[in-house]
Design a protein around this ligand. Structure first.
Ligand code: SF4
Length: 324
């Protein structure tokens, strides 16, 4: 039997190319692992409970993004968290024995409390404090042995392991200790050099057309010291170059030409836009396929059915261990 992995994303807005490497990592894991990929809508409410999010539309868009980049429903369960109620039951049971101090010391708790507090969100809520515990339930309800995550999520995986260990110690051995699978996720800036974010309006959407890609790449900040085409450039300070590193196979040549003042920024940007388009074009096409009537809904329904079978088997063991 293949080892299982679980990973998820919150449906809080459309994905951009900064998310692409995460999805590509997921897609690459599908042959090696039994994969459960959840659109974690309850997590979206932990920080967005006042935002009146159009979750139905956001969930559908996210599923389309995943399918279009190669998450394959024949290989992986693609589902909505709230359609598998076992996540909530396990979260509740974990909350009985998880010390509050464990949750308070998760580094993102205090950081986000302050950061999102500055943006006017009141996150002094039970749900927000407990969100890493819900994450632990998301993972352990599938007895996942591995979780593909970014480095910032490592403390959450550690908490998940601690919670599983405590359950096993108190009630009997049910849960494995999942390992973090740290994928290579290059940090791409937005076109203005700040963090790429939909709210800064500086991102290239995963669904961007050729025209939209051209517009965004033209907006990218270049080396400010380069005034004329033949001035030697400094790719290390240029946003365009950071994208070339991901999307341009002959990056070395581009950098050499930039440093030698042999390529102008306009031509350099045009080349980058073409290379980004080459990567996104097949995704746009696959998206059209999945966007046809009822296809996404069927994937999510079948994914939830598959996820429920695995989660229900774990919960039967959990209830038996607890004597309930
Ligand atoms: S030539 Fe390219 S890498 Fe060099 S500064 Fe201009 S846009 Fe940036």
């Amino acid at each position: 039997m293949r080892n299982r992995i679980f990973s998820g994303m919150r449906p809080t807005g459309s994905l951009h190319i900064g998310h692409l490497s995460v999805l590509q990592n997921w897609a690459a894991l599908q042959d090696e692992y039994e994969c459960y990929f959840g659109i974690v809508d309850w997590h979206a409410l932990t920080t967005g409970y006042e935002d009146k999010l159009d979750l139905k539309a956001l969930i559908r868009e996210m599923a389309l993004d995943w399918l279009s980049v190669g998450i394959d429903p024949e290989k992986s369960a693609v589902f909505i968290q709230s359609q598998v109620k076992e996540h909530a039951e396990l979260h509740l049971l974990f909350s009985m024995f998880t010390p509050i101090s464990w949750l308070e010391r998760v580094p993102t708790y205090k950081d986000q409390l302050q950061q999102l507090g500055n943006e006017g969100k009141d996150l002094h809520t039970y749900g927000f404090l407990g969100y890493p515990l819900l994450q632990a339930a998301d993972i352990l309800v599938y007895k996942a042995k591995a979780v593909p995550v970014g480095e910032d999520q490592i403390p959450h995986i550690e908490l998940c392991r601690e919670v599983g260990r405590r359950f096993n110690y108190l009630y009997g051995n049910v849960f494995p200790e999942p390992q973090a699978l740290i994928g290579k996720v290059p940090l791409l800036p937005g076109v203005d050099g700040r963090k790429m974010s939909k709210s800064y309006n500086n991102a290239i959407s995963l669904t961007a057309s050729t025209e939209e890609i051209n517009i965004r790449v033209k907006q990218m900040i270049t080396d400010p010291e380069r005034l004329r085409k033949d001035d030697p450039g400094h790719p290390e300070v240029c946003v365009v170059s950071k994208f070339h590193h991901i999307y341009t196979p002959d990056i070395k040549r581009v950098e050499e030409e930039c440093c030698a003042g042999k390529i102008g920024c306009v031509a350099c940007k045009k080349y980058l836009a073409e290379n980004i388009d080459k990567v996104l074009a097949p995704y746009r096409e696959r998206r059209l396929f999945w966007d046809e009537d009822g296809k996404v809904e069927k994937v999510l329904q079948e994914g939830a059915e598959k996820a429920r079978i695995t989660a229900a088997a774990t919960m039967a063991e959990v209830r038996s261990a607890l004597g309930i």
